[in-house]
Design a protein around this ligand. Structure first.
Ligand code: NI
Length: 255
């Protein structure tokens, strides 16, 4: 079930159903930021949303929250359309999402992430949330998990085999391909120069734009295609379902 397309009695009933997945919720999380001259600004939140929604189509007991679509993108701010939060804002918002979902009885919250730049701050947010329980000498009655979609079993291997060169770190052909599979009428093309973008450190927004003028890092998105994207989605969906089922079945000590 998708929470945003459900009514509250439906979510209430799901929580009380006793199904193995009934107290687990997936939160697709990403960032709205430039992805080179052809990549959609939403790429990093669209990819986890596309995979989570495809998984929900095959397993209707899977509960998926609305997508948390703004994250850590300060270094992309020199490109129009990018929207970012400060790390402190992001952490506070994650805390409020978790508090809202656990209030209703969700005991496992699984963040399916689409942006590498979010990882450190999501982990820090988890530590902030757990710290309140630790200080109180109490145990949290919920568990949190972070999984990057490309770290789902078999996905990175598949991406590397499809794109042995020019995968890169930002505006990668694999993430562009996933969005092309879901939104084929939004595919854009460009003459990439150089074909494979440069690599380097990530600092502030003006430094980034000077180092990476069209926004890409190390990638050649011209290799992307909807067919390749669909292969990646088809590999990610069963891996996600298995990962979520394992998380839902995990025994929490003291419960
Ligand atoms: Ni990305």
């Amino acid at each position: 079930m998708l929470i945003h397309l459900s009514s509250w009695p439906e979510i209430d009933a799901a929580l009380k159903s006793g199904h193995a997945l009934s107290s687990t919720v997936i939160v697709p999380i990403g960032s709205n930021e430039q992805h080179g001259p052809t990549g959609l600004l939403g790429t990093d939140w669209l990819c986890p949303e596309i995979i989570a929604h495809a998984a929900e189509k095959g397993e209707e007991a899977l509960i998926v929250a609305p997508t948390f679509n703004i994250g850590m993108a300060q270094h992309h701010l020199a490109f129009p359309g990018t929207i970012t939060l400060r790390p402190s804002t992001f952490m506070a918002a994650i805390g409020d999402w978790v508090a809202s979902l656990t209030r209703h009885g969700f005991e496992r919250i699984y963040f399916l992430n689409g942006h590498g730049g979010n990882v450190a701050t999501i982990e820090a947010a988890f530590a902030e949330i757990y710290a309140e329980w630790s200080y109180a000498e109490d145990r949290a009655d919920f568990a949190l998990k972070l999984r990057n979609w490309w770290d789902l079993a078999g996905v990175t291997g598949l991406c590397n085999s499809i794109f042995p060169t020019g995968h890169g770190m930002h505006a990668t052909p694999s993430e562009i391909a996933v969005t092309q599979a879901a939104y084929p009428d939004r595919i854009k093309t460009a003459d990439y120069e150089p074909r494979i973008a440069p690599v380097g450190p990530i600092r502030d927004a003006l430094d980034y734009r000077a180092r990476f003028p069209d926004g890409r890092i190390g990638s050649d998105p011209a290799q992307a295609s909807p067919e390749k994207g669909q292969r990646i989605i088809d590999a990610a969906v069963p891996a996600l379902l298995k990962d979520v089922a394992d998380f839902a079945a995990e025994v929490l000590p003291g419960t």
